[in-house]
Design a protein around this ligand. Structure first.
Ligand code: 4AD
Ligand code: MG
Length: 453
């Protein structure tokens, strides 16, 4: 059976009959033998294969160029070369697929912009291999974090009729022909349907039954903001906890971020070195700093006061009643506090209908976790559990209460204080890898004007 190169390189004993396969990174020839650097994507490192000119399959060596796929059998022996413990002394080779001269990854050192244009091939590079292995490990760590704490994983629907965030940024799902005047009742679901922006509302129904739940799935937003931190399709993790207030919600959010940062520091399997060396020299120090400290916590009014008193000329205004802009969030975390900051109690006017109204009547129990380099990574709140206040909120936000009858029922029958948040998975990945653009931490990015692959 074929052995993954990751497992070959981890062996502590030599081996006689190993079978590996991968893509050629480089080949060097001498008169009587060739070196192949083979990578199968299971780890950063290549396996060095030494192939004598006389072995079966060696006649194809000249066509085993960068990018070609190859199968090798051979003997694992200690390598005389420095920097690697093992090399594979090939007993036979088999060329599976050639890579002609126009293979775009011949040379190293392509720009991230160029590689985005070949997103189907970029996972074969060292950097993107590291990014997508990290993505997988972080997803697994998120499930572990919740499962170890007895949270129940709920699959909320991707097609929905309700706009959770009320921001009107939904993609319509329809089977109506484009050339016909659209009549909603004739559509597939008998009414307008959309791709979900959040699994929260359905998540709340499950928290109000199973106590502690989380969702982890794709979400969609048709916001036309072409920034390095927004994608039209992104993944979100949304825990929802019954019998929980804002304070405990913030505790959970912060401990989750610290858990994932610690995971990145302890179980990166060599990928962290790639990011620390080629992407962001400060990365390791920043992660260690975040893993070791509680986050700063300030009310929104205090955040506004600090930004206003900063003396910095920002592009966007900062005053009570406006959203904090990314530049303000970054100033708070990078310049002022130099650590993650959780901002809470925002004015009710700038937050969605479901957030719990505070006793001051002006603010809601919202909280955003802000991190250096990115800004908002988590948004959450305690939910409005009082039926009368919720119904009034529908009216203030111009929502048709008839569409949210099931959601109001959760308050009518056995209502409980509950709270939750949403962690943007790609934003987390940007934070733990240092990658500066969301397009580079998702396999195939969907952004305004871009839906290739
Ligand atoms: O702050 P948001 O909009 O909150 C919600 O959706 C709530 N329903 C969550 C909840 O309480 N259950 O989004 C949550 C997070 C943001 O903090 C951000 O990290 C990420 O989702 N996010 C995006 N990530 C990438 N591209 C976008 N367009 C994003 N919009 C939000
Ligand atoms: Mg938000």
């Amino acid at each position: 059976m074929r052995t993954l190169i990751k497992h070959v390189l981890r062996r502590d004993t030599p081996g006689d009959d190993l079978h590996v396969a991968g893509w050629v990174r480089t080949r060097r020839d001498s008169k009587t033998f060739s070196f192949l650097e083979l990578n199968d994507g299971t780890c950063l490192a290549n396996l060095q294969v030494v192939a004598d000119a006389g072995i079966p399959g060696a006649a194809d060596l000249a066509r085993m160029t960068t990018g070609a796929s190859v199968e090798v059998r051979g003997r694992l022996v200690p390598s005389p070369a420095s920097g690697q413990q093992w090399e594979l002394q090939a007993s036979s080779l088999r060329l599976l697929g050639c890579a002609p001269d126009d293979y775009p990854l011949q040379k190293k050192g392509h720009s991230t912009e160029f590689l985005r244009g070949i997103a189907h091939l970029r996972p074969r590079t060292n950097l993107y291999g590291a990014v997508f292995r990290t993505r997988s490990r972080m997803a697994y760590a998120i499930h572990r974090f919740f499962q170890e704490r007895d949270f129940i994983y709920v699959h909320t629907p991707i097609i929905t009729a309700s706009d959770c965030e009320g921001a009107g940024e939904m993609f319509r799902v329809t089977t109506l022909p484009a050339d016909k005047a659209a009549r909603d009742a004739e559509d597939f679901f008998g009414k307008r349907a959309f791709l979900t922006v959040s699994g929260q509302l359905e998540g709340e129904a499950f928290a109000c039954a199973l106590s502690n739940i989380y969702t982890f799935g794709p979400t969609f937003r048709a916001e036309n903001s072409n920034t390095s931190r927004h994608a039209a399709e992104f993944w979100m993790i949304e825990p929802e906890v019954a019998f929980c207030d804002l304070e405990s919600d913030m505790d959970l959010a912060e401990s989750m971020v610290r858990f994932l940062v610690t995971e990145m520091l302890e179980h990166h399997e060599g990928d962290l070195e790639v990011f620390a060396k080629f992407v962001d020299k400060e990365l390791r120090a920043r992660l260690e700093f975040v893993a070791g400290r509680p986050f700063e916590r300030i009310p929104y009014t205090e955040a506004v006061r600090l930004v206003q008193g900063s003396g910095v000329k920002f592009e966007y205004p900062c005053e009570y009643g406006l959203n904090l802009q990314s530049e303000h969030e970054r100033w708070l975390t990078e310049v002022h506090f130099k650590q993650p900051v959780t901002v809470f109690n925002y004015p009710k006017e700038i937050k969605p209908f479901y957030m719990r109204l505070n006793d001051d009547g002006r603010t809601v129990t919202a909280m955003d976790v802000l991190v250096p380099g990115i800004g908002e990574i988590i948004g959450g709140s305690q939910r409005e559990e009082r039926l009368d206040v919720l119904l009034a909120n529908f009216e203030h936000h111009g929502l048709d209460a008839a569409n949210y009858g099931w959601y109001a029922d959760l308050r009518k029958y056995g209502s409980v204080p509950h709270a939750g948040f949403g962690l943007g998975f790609e934003r987390l990945l940007m934070f733990v890898t240092g990658m500066g653009n969301i397009r580079d931490v998702i396999p195939f990015a969907r952004t305004p004007g871009h839906c290739e692959f």
